[in-house]
Write a protein that binds this ligand. Structure first.
Ligand SMILES: [Zn+2]
Ligand SMILES: [Zn+2]
Ligand SMILES: [Zn+2]
Length: 145
């Protein structure tokens, strides 16, 4: 139904067909280096380490544009701030976010349309899944003797 947007999620075009300034290129490159989920603010922290001149508002706008183009997926939220991740997984899916390390794993949609009220025409839905990934659980066990 809304598959068109998924086709845009090519890592080569983080902003879709929009022109990419050098600041936006740096922001996109940094986003690709982020380990799992990040907020616009944590991305900004990382960006200014190499490009001190780039402001937070610029990063916010770039993140919104990359999410629009399908390059970034909104995978949940932390302390009221949207969490994003670079996700190349195609088609409709959701994300499991590790609250320890931020690792993001694509999850197949298990939503059952029959759960909707009679006559309700769903246009979209969002699911955010939070937890602790297997790796973090493993290091927890390894750490306690
Ligand atoms: Zn995804
Ligand atoms: Zn983890
Ligand atoms: Zn779904």
């Amino acid at each position: 139904m809304t598959e068109a947007r998924d086709r845009l999620s090519s890592p080569a075009a983080p902003y879709g067909s929009r022109r990419m300034s050098s600041a936006r290129r740096a922001i996109a490159e940094t986003a690709a280096l982020m380990d799992g989920a990040f907020t616009a603010e944590s991305l900004h922290d990382r960006v200014v380490a190499s490009r001190p001149g780039i402001g937070l508002a610029t990063v916010y706008r770039a993140v919104a544009a990359m999410a629009d183009a399908g390059y970034l997926a909104r995978v949940g939220e932390r302390d009221g701030a949207a969490l994003y991740a670079v996700c190349g997984h195609d088609g409709h899916h959701h994300h499991a976010v590790c609250e320890r390390c931020g690792a993001v794993t694509p999850v197949e949609c298990a939503f059952v349309p029959s759960a909707l009220p009679a006559g309700f025409a769903m246009t979209r839905h969002e699911v955010a899944i939070y937890g602790v990934c297997a790796e973090c659980q493993g290091s927890e066990r390894g750490g306690s003797r």
